[in-house]
Design a protein. Structure first.
Ligand code: AMP
Ligand code: ZN
Ligand code: ZN
Length: 424
């Protein structure tokens, strides 16, 4: 029995070495010798607060930061998922990019509401995302999830035949968002499109992870479950880097987050119905901020209630929101806007149960809302400094355009802000 297994092992060894010899003798295939052009990969780790990097559980991100660039990035206001993802790929802040919130209304569509599931181009057509600019310029793109990447941008939805969308441009490879598709599969899908022959291989790719945000919401930013989610996504980044290396694919990686996360609690709730008369208003969105519409004719009464001093909250007419928020001109922003102090939530009424976990949406300058930014790859100057006064996420758009080799639209993003990061 023993001698049989030794014989089998010897056979396997011989077969292996024979195989190795054959491979060495064979001329290298075109794929092996090809000098691959760098691909730009934009990775979003939703809700990855900048300081999560210092929990000691992110060896792969730390290595990329150490060999590249790392900084705290200022999100756009409001610090929500859809407005910020759209700001990063359009270079325009929410007030101008049209995605002013995760949930919206528009007087032009009185019977509809925008939710995170809305893919009617009507909601998205205000400004062109970078993958559309790239596709129009002949640069192939692929998205492994990104808010708005499933929308035929510039198209029109048929009102008579509501699922039909006419015209519009999408990334040549895109996927309908599905939370059930795990991180390993998302990374493998990115690696798979890069394994293609050069003529059908994308040169700009997005990749999106949601689990750090989900854990932060349910358990809070400081919970062990959130730290575990951070470490799991770090392992997926490690798999991405290893996969790229194995296929000899150079990549300029821009890894960032849409916003951070702050803890919330039962004793930091502001109940709107204890401040104003619910007969005077309608709440459009609530949480770290509340956007509010007045019942017609009840504006004066509502203003009197909202504008009297309330601890931990400030309210404005939309046209009077302080300029530093760059928010308040878009028609989709309701007439009144109240912002909670970081950690304080504004709810229509006092919740019955305990309030735990975390949230985001607060002041974009609050340290808790600061977002991850890492850049690594052949185009980047190792450990180059980002602007001392910080930079905004809209500044990433002109950087991406330069990496991809397309002309950016004039936008809220400052092309000079991150130009020092690029070596060539
Ligand atoms: P937020 O409510 O701002 O925390 O939004 C985060 C959530 O947005 C994630 O947990 C995802 O479930 C959801 N999400 C992210 N990307 C998409 C997408 N492309 N389409 C629909 N939902 C998405
Ligand atoms: Zn988010
Ligand atoms: Zn979130």
């Amino acid at each position: 029995m023993l001698s049989r297994s030794i014989a089998a092992a010897l056979f396997a060894l011989t077969a292996l070495s024979g195989c190795a010899t054959n491979m060495m003798e064979r001329p290298a295939s075109a794929a092996q010798t090809e000098q691959r052009a760098p691909v730009t990969i934009l990775v979003s780790i939703d809700g990855f607060r900048e300081d999560y990097l210092r929990r000691g559980v992110t060896p792969n991100l730390a290595a990329l930061a150490n060999d590249g660039i790392e900084a705290a990035m200022r999100p756009s206001f409001p610090t929500k998922t859809f407005p910020n993802h759209w700001a990063i790929v359009t270079g325009d802040r929410p007030d101008r990019n049209g995605i002013v919130a995760n949930n919206m209304e528009d007087a032009a569509r009185p019977d509809e509401k925008f939710t995170m599931a809305s893919d009617d181009p009507f909601w998205w057509n205000d400004v062109e995302p970078i993958w559309v600019t790239a596709e129009k310029a002949g640069v192939r793109t692929a998205t492994m999830f990104w808010p708005g990447s499933n929308v035929p941008w510039g198209g029109n939805q048929d009102k008579e035949w509501p699922r039909a969308i006419h015209g519009g441009t999408r990334p040549q490879d895109w996927a309908q968002f599905n939370q059930q598709i795990g991180g390993t599969q998302r990374v493998n899908m990115v690696l798979d499109v890069l394994r293609r022959p050069a003529d059908i291989r994308p040169r700009f790719v997005t990749l999106y992870f949601d689990t750090v945000d989900t854990a932060g919401h349910i358990k809070g930013p400081d919970a062990p479950e959130t730290t575990r989610a951070i470490s799991e996504v770090d392992a997926h980044i490690g798999a991405l880097v290893a996969g790229l290396k194995a296929m000899g694919q150079p990549a300029n990686l821009v890894i960032l987050a849409d916003h951070g996360m702050a803890a919330r609690s039962t004793d930091r709730i502001i109940a709107l119905d204890s401040i104003a008369n619910p007969a005077d208003y309608r709440v459009v969105e609530s949480g770290p901020y509340a956007s509010i519409a007045a019942v017609p004719g009840r504006e004066k009464a509502l203003e009197a209630a909202l504008f009297k001093a309330t601890p931990h909250m400030q309210c404005w007419r939309k046209s009077e929101i302080p300029a530093r928020f760059h928010y308040g001109t878009h028609r989709r922003i309701p007439a009144y806007f109240c912002l909670g102090e970081t950690g304080w939530e504004i709810q229509p009424t006092r919740p019955k149960g305990e309030v735990t976990g975390g949230n985001h949406g607060w002041d974009d300058r609050a340290p808790e809302m600061a977002a991850l930014f890492i850049a690594n790859g052949p185009a980047f100057a190792k450990r180059a400094k980002t602007p001392a006064g910080g930079f905004a996420n809209v500044d990433v758009y002109p950087l991406l355009a330069r990496l991809i080799g397309v002309t950016p639209r004039a936008s809220d993003g400052d092309p000079a802000a991150l130009s020092g990061l690029i070596t060539r």
